[in-house]
Design a protein around this ligand. Structure first.
Ligand code: AMP
Ligand code: ZN
Length: 471
């Protein structure tokens, strides 16, 4: 089965066929950097990083571009409050955002362009749009996109131009009456006192928000790309406007597939800075390993709204730890297993276990259904817990472990905590406890159990042998 993607543009799940065989050009709208990111912003980062990882796993080469919006009213406001240049604010929060991404195991993009470094390209595209009659400069130097000149406007958000006009009439009386039409949107605007600005043929000023993505996508990926993505709040107007700008300027289809994640909510309302109902990634990182946040995000399909709650985070913690514990146990058993090869029965079991990888792939191929993909990992974990024991061969244990680690890794979940692996001391104590039990020295065995407990490791005696649980 080939990969299927739900395309906002067509409202359908479609087979994914890249423009160039084996290569994917993907652009994901990134955050405006004026503060620490909240976990709502983290949802698209985690979701689309997982899309990228799955595609790479399938052998596709992904050119992944994600911008930082580093010039914006909110950044300027914060800079004024702190009495610093706005670049001080944006650079600070880009650095913080990158730390959060790394803590959530989100891979760095192939390129992370910054709006302020791409002004030249923006001026060029605006000039092209004016030359082609798709844009005009008003008297004060503001440049507007002439929305009605782009016949397909509304095709992404499935809005009708005339309905939009009705809805937006109030714009005409909000000081923007230099527009020819209420639907026209800003490409370039004059500076205000104390704001950063650039020279342009129309006025000293700065770009509107939408133009940056059209320009950066073109520069780093080309005029036609495979996937453009972001949160669903970006469908209108941001992505609709990007399409209008790019397609009017380049006369090419801008992006083939449009992917949008649903909101992360809290008490059923969108988590957002403006409502003040947010937790930063940093807040959550103080309480939980951020792998658990990643697991939580992937436990729902990306197009379903996800409600954040302490209970669901606890459930995510348990779920994630179930996988880590299974991998730990397989490693423990593997370290103690004898040298014999795999038995025929074990080979048959591994064959059966392959079925869980097929299930995982099927779920991911179906518009990246990570919820079902994680269920397949759980089934594999249950299978491993049932069939791996002290009698198992090294090869069998290793293969089962690798299968769990690989599937988790495609989701960006680190479940083989190598660096926190059993240190030699702990291994020795576990071995010594086994010996003590054999020699019926239960006092010593209990003493060791307590010592390990103090190090955060519990031992469970099961029918298949000793299992370890990290506390
Ligand atoms: P912003 O910095 O607001 O432009 O947002 C950066 C990215 O985060 C965009 O793709 C938004 O759609 C996305 N985003 C913001 N808030 C949420 C939320 N509560 N749930 C999901 N995605 C969000
Ligand atoms: Zn964008």
């Amino acid at each position: 089965m080939s990969m299927k993607i739900y395309n906002t543009l067509t409202g359908k799940k479609e087979a994914f066929v890249p423009l160039e065989q084996g290569k994917v050009k993907m652009y994901v709208c990134g955050p405006t950097v004026y503060n620490l990111i909240h976990i709502g912003n983290a949802r698209p980062m985690i979701v689309f990083d997982t899309v990228r990882r799955y595609m790479e796993h399938k052998g596709l080469e992904v050119n992944y571009v994600s911008n930082f919006t580093d010039v914006d009213d909110k950044i300027i406001k914060k800079a004024v409050e702190e009495g610093v240049d706005s670049s001080v604010i944006s650079e600070r929060y880009i650095a913080e955002c990158k730390k959060d991404m790394s803590a959530m195991n989100v891979k760095p993009a192939t390129t992370h362009p910054l709006a302020t470094r791409e002004i030249g390209g923006m001026l060029e595209m605006i000039k092209t749009l004016i030359d082609k009659g798709h844009a005009y400069a008003a008297q004060d130097g503001t440049v507007y996109f002439r929305t009605r000149s782009f016949k397909e406007y509304g095709k992404l958000s499935h809005k009708n131009l005339d309905d939009l006009r009705g809805g937006n009439r109030s714009l005409l009386v909000s000081g923007e009456d230099q527009k020819e039409d209420a639907l026209d949107f800003v490409l370039w605007k004059p500076k205000k006192e104390g704001e950063p600005y650039w020279e342009s043929p129309w006025c000293q000023g700065r770009p509107g928000w939408h133009i940056e993505c059209s320009v950066m996508s073109k520069k780093y990926l080309g005029e036609e790309i495979d996937i453009h993505a972001g949160g669903e709040d970006l469908v209108f107007p941001h992505h609709e406007n990007e399409i209008a700008q790019s397609e009017a300027a380049n006369d090419k289809i801008f992006a083939r597939y449009w992917m949008h994640n649903a909101f992360l909510n809290i008490d059923n309302r969108k988590m957002s800075k403006s409502l003040g109902n947010f937790f930063t990634v940093r807040d959550i990182g103080e309480k939980y390993d951020l792998q658990i946040l990643r697991f939580f995000m992937l436990s729902a399909h990306y197009r379903s709204p996800l409600n954040f709650s302490a209970e669901l985070m606890e459930a995510a913690k348990n779920g994630y730890e179930r996988i880590v514990t299974c991998v730990d146990n397989l490693k423990y058993l593997e370290a103690r297993a004898g040298g014999g090869g795999m038995t025929g029965a074990e080979a048959a079991l591994l064959n059966e276990a392959e079925g869980f990888t097929d299930k995982f792939d099927e779920a991911m191929d179906d518009d990246f259904n990570t919820a079902d993909a994680i269920s397949a990992i759980f089934e594999l974990v249950k299978f491993a817990n049932t069939h791996a024991g002290e009698q198992s061969s090294k090869e069998f244990l290793e293969k089962l472990k690798n299968q769990i680690v690989l599937l988790s890794d495609i989701c960006g979940l680190i479940v083989d905590k190598e660096e926190e692996g059993l240190d030699a001391d702990v291994e020795r104590l576990i071995g010594e406890r086994q010996e003590a039990k054999k020699a019926k020295n239960f006092a010593r065995a209990d003493e060791i159990r307590d010592e390990l407990l103090a190090r955060g490791i519990a031992l469970k005696d099961t029918r298949e042998g000793v299992k370890i649980v990290r506390l």
